[in-house]
Ligand binder design. Sequence first.
Ligand code: FA5
Length: 357
Amino acid sequence: MSGSESETLELTPVIERARSRFEGATTEHELRALKAEILGKKGELTAQLRSLGQAPPEQRKLMGERVNAAKAEVEAAFEARLHQLADAARRAELEAPPFDLTLPGRVTAPRGHLHPVTRVKWEILDIFRSLGFSVAWGPEVDLERNNFERLGFPPDHPATDMQDSFWVDVKGATAGVRALLRTHTSTVQVREMSTREPPLAVVSGGPVYRRDDDVTHSPMFHQIEGFLVDERTNFAELKGVLGEFARRLYGPECSVRFRPSYFPFVEPGAEMDVTCVFCSPDDGSRASCRVCKASGWLEVLGCGMIHPEVFRHCGIDAERYRGFAFGLGVDRVAMLRYGIPDIRLLFENDPRFLTQF
Ligand code: FA5
């Protein structure tokens, strides 16, 4: 750069070129890319600044000031265009159709639903509610006394082996007082009868626990227990109520039968079967039915007239009152309802299985 060059250093075209290129940019992104190019390392103004080193010392200051002034003009042109673009974007937004806040949101997580066992539990409880029973709940950890003794199981009697149990250590418990995970919902029967006055018609449902583990027996499963106590009920009424329950659950064609059975807390005791819902004698499907093993009957529940000894354990006048009770496995009903071959599938929490219901 010669001595006269500082006078001829013509930066106006550089500024004009930058201004016109900024004008051509239609988005902020495009504009910023142009700025980086024009003012960046390879831009014309940067080259001019670099060449100052070769200019005569007396001109360097003046030329430097002019290049920096040109740079400031380019920056100003950039800012002006940036504001124009922002204004235009804002105007376009305001003129566009308004955003509808009432539109439904995007579903990002799949919605769950009640577990099949919970659904069946409430279906059964609702049937008994519609028959006049009220619903009660009891704890899952209970005293041995409520689970066995007050229900007529003598201590260490072999009958307790029918319901092999999970015992729970209770710190500081009085000697001889033991607790366990309840093996059946009949505990709610004694709890309710000990705290309320007859007449009573109560159902209860929830998890129970036994040392069982195979395709039809799970260590944790669900039962529903019901009982009715008043001064005049009898076995015929038990049959009427449970027959009506079965028809409401399985349909009006469903028949029931009662077989004698033993439970320490009822006398007489029975098991109720319903006609198999998977086969029929009319179309030949019965002979090969694997669910009822070709018998035509499915076992549904245990039941009977409440033993006077249980009334005495609960402080109820056994001369004056009588009652019936029943208990059923909810998981078994769900398995039959949905054709589930292995009870363990219900509790593995595999979404591929659970989303089928
Ligand atoms: C009882 O538990 C009695 N408390 C029922 C009862 C109540 C009888 C009132 C009379 C009066 P049981 O042990 O049979 O009975 O069990 C009832 C039902 O629970 C069985 O029919 C079966 O469907 C279900 N069940 C029993 N053990 C298991 C298990 N390990 N897994 C899944 N279901 C089971």
